[in-house]
Design a protein around this ligand. Sequence first.
Ligand code: URA
Length: 244
Amino acid sequence: MNPALRHEYLAALGLQSWVSRGTPAPCEAAVAPEPVIAREPVIAREPVIPGDSGAGREAGVDWPELRARVAACTRCTLCNTRTQTVFGVGNPKADWLIVGEAPGAEEDRQGEPFVGRAGQLLNSMLRAIGLAREQVYIANILKCRPPGNRDPTAAEAAECLPYLEQQIALLRPKVMLAVGRIAAQNLLRTEVTLGRLRQQVHRFGHSQVPLVVTYHPAYLLRTPTDKRKAWEDLKFAREVCARV
Ligand code: URA
């Protein structure tokens, strides 16, 4: 990526540009040159390996079938209040899967994840590591908006997670990026705080997809001082992706 453009993206994150000190191994052709990070990605000695429901291994479900199942879903009461389901968006052959929490008001209206203010920041975060929104796949733990943007209940997450597992089985991403506490804790089946889950390589599901945790863009809009840490997480995830 040209340095001026990269500077612009980092500025959009509220961060100063860094000066490159070396040539990293890019995960994808579009990855920007970045400073060499001295520290190796810490592969957790005893990685958290949450089991999955097995839904991802169900044979014969393709994208159109899965999309239709989600659109018709009545597994929880959120079907009564949603405008529409929010399935997910992006490149079905993406290396990266970004997982958020649940649709908000704008996503419920448009039927696409991360289209509001948090989505704009997510796009900038991705661009800062050389990824266009169209290159990745973006989905949520929940496919329907919880009224008033309340947190998903455990039951709602449990009912909805099999859809995400099926998306993961179809995508077979190289890396998953869980944005925010709700996504991280539901995917990893833990109550460990987000601060303690960052900067480790976790593994998700049967296929042991590497999973990295960072802050939710909505949180970063409220707490811009943590954008620097999110930037570290994104570079960490990119290194993990490059090693797969
Ligand atoms: N926040 C999320 O976690 N997901 C969205 O799709 C939008 C906002």
